[in-house]
Design a protein around this ligand. Structure first.
Ligand code: BES
Ligand code: ZN
Length: 859
């Protein structure tokens, strides 16, 4: 089946008039599309879905008008317009009248609702067109390479705001109680970037960034939560104009928080839409993570205004470059805005997540051919975003940041208002590099067009070190593989007490690195930018663990993350790993702690219930010294990251570590918080809530539900949205499950609550039973992208019996998750069950000893 539209007739301009009717959930529209007929044809094919086309006419170059008839082809989401005579080549005007529905699926032209303080429900209409849903709002050539100018007019109720990609050029009455609002012409751009919104929305005063007014929009009453995003947005706009060396391509920039939103945010040119948690925040009441999230998403979407919006991928196979680049720039910009946040270190967590998926045999190349545009929906994953951004970071560090930036500038200038392929970027970067380096494509092809990545093994050899590479996989980890990558390796060694650094491109299976003397210790992947894992020979590993203070935080992070992966792959016994975590009691970096704690959590999902107290004791042993150092109260002069770390550790110690002291103190502090909110640091509050939930009963449950309903900020709402998934009593967990299909929780959030319940050791059995009973309801209620992601939770169902059920479940009901997603979830589950089969006995011995192996400390 062909999904691509013929290029015999192509659009250059759309004049669109839309009149949404919010109460009935419908809209009426008219479009005049200026098209070029390139060859005489008697039919025109374009995209349309869930639209009724009421009339079709075309005015040819000679001024002659022909009436046509439309038939819809639902399978390919196309409309075929037939005319009684051939159309003359040249510029023509195609006139269409149509009607459609404002759906509740959070894509196309859709309805979102919110309640005011009096409990009254209000409705707004918003759009989400990426990847292929503009066709639900107006008939169009819905392909990224079919760029055109858009002139939008909206007919809206009085008192409702209307927002689109550009500024308003005309407004006037349109019959009783209605207004017509017309927007300026857009630049030449793709259909997936068009946006229009109608609702009782409020905006901040604009801040001017050069010539561009920047405003934040929200439903009424939330304007006070806009300041942080407006500052982030202003910084990013300025920063990117400078980085790209090209002025912002729009005439204004609006950032809008929408109560119902399927993804995090969407880069519509000039009218970026966000879910509320990613935009609206009370700076004084938010944790570091919550602020970082807003900064990240704002930076990411503003980065797209050039990379993606101004210069666009030619087809959906190129989506990775769009998203990977925006993710890369998100780090660059946030790092420039808040250097103290050390954004590239926390990016290690994202890189590690990508290494996790890409270590599966069911991984996929970052870029692959896309036939049906729907296939690209499964491409919005860790491989696109995080692996993509990681390999760009690796390349940036290899070429040097200035050269890399020059290549980006060249690429954008060359393809502005147009489209490009991945190879066009390599060409521009190669030209900017002007050095005798191997052609960009040779280095990059292995990372982009092939799945997987290497593990680089390091051992001592006569006269230095020997490096070797082979593909890393969790299953059949020791199987030989002939695959090779061009690996930019940076290593830092201490040789006879002297520090030496070496850079090389590891191309063959093996390479020797001569060093002038015996190696005290060596860090491979120094700086942490490489997308590969490192396996140190045992003596080198032992000496590296003795020299942790010589490692940068990102290097310690990579060390732990790689050790965890080796352990999951069966190359390092789990007890040995658990034992060496004792070396990290003095750790101060929150990302290193994140990976340590995450793996304790992994082990907790694998072991028998009877071993949980043993694991909890081990967790207490590792975490208590750090918690004792940090205490409960923020200290003057402390960094934001230390405050966040305090929260992270208290949470882990009070939940995974089951520490009674922490649990008691959390209850006391929560009680005090109820009296006086100023008594709790915003970074500690989420931890306190999680710890109270873990030990809580009916009363706490009821209290958290009420706080959810009364939430004053999106972050507070989110906190009490997830807290009910953290209780341990089955009856309470069951109530949380029931709420995921009752309509009490927004469909944008419910699938993620289900995922959290599936992932918890106390709720997973109940949650799995619930999903088996309600998957059809969930498929109907939840936005498709989020529904698919919900099933990631099955990777926590670690037992042979569960694994069998999970494997049978999907084919039995014909549930497809798109692309390789399901295969990946199933393999992740296999890896965990395999780990369980392999390590169960050793873990039982290790964790059931009366006192944990390293001796419980009280800190
Ligand atoms: N273009 C995407 C939004 C999107 C995702 C549209 C999937 C259609 C399908 C946007 O730029 C994006 O990447 N948003 C991220 C947030 C970002 C900070 C990583 C998201 O929505 O998760
Ligand atoms: Zn993006």
């Amino acid at each position: 089946m062909s999904y691509r539209l013929p290029t015999t007739v192509v659009p250059s301009r759309y004049d669109i008039r839309l009149e949404p009717d919010l109460p009935t959930g419908t809209f009426a529209g008219e479009a005049t599309v200026t098209v070029t007929v390139r060859e005489p044809v008697d039919e025109i094919l374009l995209n349309a879905a869930e639209l009724a086309i009421r009339s079709v006419a075309i005015e040819g170059p000679g001024g002659r008008t022909l009436e046509g008839a439309a038939t819809l082809e639902p399978d390919t989401e196309r409309a075929r317009l037939r005319f009684p005579e051939r159309l003359d080549p040249g510029e023509s005007r195609l006139r269409l009248a149509f009607t459609g529905i404002l759906n509740d699926q959070l894509h196309g032209f859709y309805r979102s609702t919110w309640k005011d303080a009096a409990g009254q429900v209000h409705t707004l209409a918003a759009t989400q067109f990426e990847a292929v849903d503009a066709r639900r709002a107006f008939p169009c050539w819905d392909e990224p390479a079919c760029k055109a100018v858009f002139a939008v007019t909206l007919v809206v109720p009085d008192g409702y705001a209307a927002v689109s990609n550009t500024g308003i050029v005309a407004e006037g009455p349109a019959g009783p109680g209605r207004r017509t609002v017309s927007f300026a012409d857009t630049i030449r751009m793709s259909t997936y970037l068009v946006a229009f919104l109608v609702g009782e929305l409020e905006a901040t005063e604009p801040v001017m960034v050069g010539k561009t007014p920047l405003r934040i929009w929200s439903v009424p009453g939330k304007r006070r939560l806009a300041r942080f995003a407006q500052e982030a947005g202003a910084f990013c706009l300025r920063f990117f104009e400078d980085y790209y060396g090209i002025p912002y391509p729009g005439d204004k920039l609006d950032l809008l928080g929408i109560p119902d939103f399927a993804s995090g945010a969407m880069e519509n040119l000039g009218a970026i839409t966000f879910r509320e948690t990613a935009l609206l925040v009370d700076e004084g009441a938010a944790s570091h993570n919550e602020l970082e999230r807003v900064a990240d998403v704002v930076a990411h979407e503003v980065a797209h205004m050039w990379f993606g919006d101004l210069a666009t991928m030619a087809w959906w196979n190129g989506i990775w470059l769009n998203e990977a680049f925006a993710t890369f720039m998100e780090m660059v910009a946030v790092d420039a805005w808040k250097p103290a946040w050390q954004r590239w270190v926390s990016f290690g967590v994202s890189r590690a997540a990508a290494l996790g998926v890409d270590g599966l045999r069911a991984s996929r190349p970052i870029e692959f051919p896309v036939e049906a545009p729907r296939d690209c929906e499964a491409m919005f994953d860790l491989l696109t975003y995080e692996k993509g951004a990681s390999v760009l970071r690796m390349l940036e560090q290899y070429l040097g940041p200035e050269t890399f930036r020059d290549g980006i500038r060249l690429y954008l200038r060359r393809h502005a208002y147009g489209n490009a392929e991945t190879t066009d970027l390599w060409r521009a970067l190669g030209q900017a590099a002007r050095q005798p380096i191997p052609p960009m494509t040779e280095i990059m092809d292995g990372w982009v067009f092939r799945p997987g990545y290497p593990v680089v093994t390091v051992a001592e050899a006569a006269g230095g070190l020997r490096l070797s590479q082979r593909r890393f996989t969790y299953l059949e980890a020791e199987a030989a593989s002939e695959e090779r990558w061009q690996v930019p390796v940076t290593l830092r060694a201490s040789v006879g007490g002297r520090a030496v650094e070496r850079r090389l491109l590891l191309e063959a299976g093996e390479a020797d690195v001569p060093l002038a003397g015996p190696v005290d210790h060596v860090v491979v992947n120094a700086g942490g930018h490489g997308f590969y894992r490192v396996r140190y020979a045992a003596p080198l590993r032992a000496r590296l663990l003795d020299a942790l203070s010589a490692l940068a935080p990102i290097e310690r992070f990579d060390l732990v993350s790689d050790l965890v992966a080796l352990c999951q792959a069966g190359m390092l016994p789990a007890p040995e790993y658990l034992e060496l975590t004792a070396r990290f009691r003095e750790e101060t970096d929150r990302n290193v702690w994140t990976v340590l704690v995450a793996y304790f959590g992994y082990v907790n999902r694998v072991i028998d219930e009877a071993l949980r107290p043993g694991l909890a004791a081990l967790v207490r042993d590792r975490l208590r010294p750090a918690v004792a150092r940090l205490g409960w109260e923020p200290r003057a002069g402390e960094s934001e990251l230390e405050r966040q770390l305090r929260g992270d550790l208290l949470r882990a110690l009070g939940t995974l570590g089951d520490d009674p002291e922490i649990q008691g103190e959390a209850r006391r502090r929560y009680a005090r918080y109820r009296e006086d909110e100023r008594t709790l640091d915003p970074n500690v509050l989420p931890a306190v809530v999680a710890v109270v939930a873990a030990g809580g009963g009916e009363a706490e449950y009821a209290e958290f539900l009420e706080r959810f309903q009364r939430a004053r900020t999106p972050q507070e709402e989110q906190r009490y949205l997830y807290a009910p998934a953290g209780f341990r009593q089955p009856a309470l967990l069951q109530r949380t499950l029931d709420r995921t299909v009752s309509g009490d929780i927004r469909s944008q959030d419910a699938p993620f609550v289900v995922r959290a319940l599936l992932a918890g050791v106390y709720g997973r059995g109940l949650a799995w039973a619930f999903v088996k009973g309600h998957w059809q309801t969930m498929a109907r209620l939840y936005p498709p992208s989020a529904y698919r992601r919900m099933y990631e939770g099955v990777t926590a169902l670690v037992s042979q019996a569960w694994e069998r059920e999970v494997r049978a479940f999907f084919p039995e009901h014909g549930i497809e998750l798109g692309g390789k997603t399901l295969e990946q979830y199933l393999e992740q589950l296999r890896v965990a069950v395999r780990f369980q089969e392999r390590e169960a006995a050793a873990l039982a011995a290790h964790l059931s000893s009366p006192s944990p192996p390293s001796g419980e400390r009280t800190g």
